[in-house]
Design a protein around this ligand. Structure first.
Ligand code: F3S
Length: 377
């Protein structure tokens, strides 16, 4: 890979953190055949939960001595920074989690603690990014038309410190072409559809729906695709910003109704994977207006920004026994482990909760989940 003089100097820097970050980017670039590094507009770092990275990850972060040089945001942590007691977490975990966040803040990262950084600092079409968090990556590429590969937490951090990423994969326009046409017959939940297609294909799907999806549905579709497969981008005919730039591929599949099993009775209903948008939170509030008080534990997850902007809505929800948490989610927080069976409206949570939190997980639409929480059929 060609390096400029300045980049070579960074590779030989006296600062071991900077030298290490350059080594990581050069190694990545060489593996994937990148010709050069390109500047990025922002980085988004995953692997923030102490429950996931443990003591080793924390020590590694504390040893880093450098500053990020682009807008750098952080994924959810293991708990709500203020309401962790209500999540049932212990003080030792909380102390460690705060150390992780402090170590990243010392590097200059912004502790937004959300997997929807695009609601806070929205990139522009064509921007090059280095984002980890597969659901944010697929949204940035597909819905916004920004360009990022699926970075790991470490490579995103290295890019944040150097301000560059290797030029390969989805940074190059021709690699963003669709590889398979997916015709969707009938009404299918986008989140479940994403799971099914992610399991079946490898590459970049282009969907043909018989109606327009809203932004939240596109977010859910992408998150599911990315959690079950290696998908980092999709197109939707007549909808997403780059679909017209390419030929429709010859290879195609047709998808219709999807079967879902309900094999446990939920003791937790969890919504907000990816974090709830303002619209989703408002829609939930509207739907539950007619109900008295939740009969089951129900947790919602959103970003601190959305929470702060809709405080009155949050208060109304809480008056009905619904808990609204920020900074964390049902998958990265160990708080979910004490439940037997969790009901979710997210294909990504359906995929990861059994693996990471070892809980049985069932799926329902947002309204099915809410009805179940209030014991309404
Ligand atoms: Fe976000 Fe957690 Fe789901 S990080 S995408 S809410 S697994």
């Amino acid at each position: 890979m060609h390096l400029t003089r300045d980049e070579e100097r960074l590779l030989e820097s006296d600062n071991p953190t900077v030298a290490k970050c350059m080594e990581i980017l050069v190694a990545l670039g060489e593996i994937f055949g990148a010709e050069r590094l390109i500047p990025i507009k922002s980085a988004h770092i995953s692997g923030i939960s102490y429950g996931n990275i443990g003591e080793e990850g924390l020590e590694w972060l504390k040893d880093l001595k450098a500053k990020v040089c682009v807008e750098t945001t952080l994924n959810p942590a293991g708990m709500d920074l203020e309401r962790w007691r209500e999540m049932g977490l212990d003080e030792d975990f909380v102390k460690k989690q705060i150390e992780v966040i402090e170590a990243l803040k010392n590097l200059g990262a912004k502790p937004v603690l959300t997997c929807t950084p695009y609601y806070i600092y929205r990139p522009s079409f064509g921007d090059h990014l280095a984002w980890a968090e597969s659901s944010a990556v697929v949204y940035a590429n597909s819905v916004i038309g920004a360009r990022t590969n699926r970075e790991s937490g470490i490579s995103a951090l290295a890019s944040a410190i150097i301000g560059k990423t290797p030029y390969y994969g989805l940074h190059i326009k021709e690699n963003r072409a669709p590889t398979i046409l997916v015709k969707v017959k009938g009404e299918v939940d986008p989140s479940l559809l994403g799971c099914r297609v992610g399991n079946e294909i490898d590459g970049i799907p282009i969907f043909k729906f018989n109606r327009k999806l809203n932004d939240d549905e596109l977010k859910q579709l992408g998150a599911s695709l990315a959690s079950t497969g290696n998908v980092a981008m999709f197109h939707v005919i007549d909808q997403t910003p780059e679909w017209k730039d390419f030929e429709i591929p010859d290879e195609k599949i047709e998808v219709d109704g999807l079967e879902v099993k309900f094999d446990c009775e939920p003791d937790l209903i969890a919504l907000g994977c990816p974090h709830l948008s303002k619209n989703e939170l408002l829609e939930i509030a509207r739907f539950v207006e007619k109900f008295e008080r939740a009969k089951k534990t129900i947790w919602l997850f959103t970003s601190r920004k959305v929470y702060n902007e809709l405080r009155d809505v949050v208060e109304k929800l809480e008056s009905k026994g619904i808990m609204v948490f920020r900074d964390t989610c049902m998958v990265v927080s160990p708080a979910t482990e004490r439940f037997e069976c969790v009901m979710v409206n997210s294909g990504k949570a359906l995929t990861y909760l059994p693996k990471l939190r070892k809980v049985k997980t069932i799926f329902g639409s947002t309204y099915e989940c809410l009805r179940r929480a209030f014991n309404e059929s």
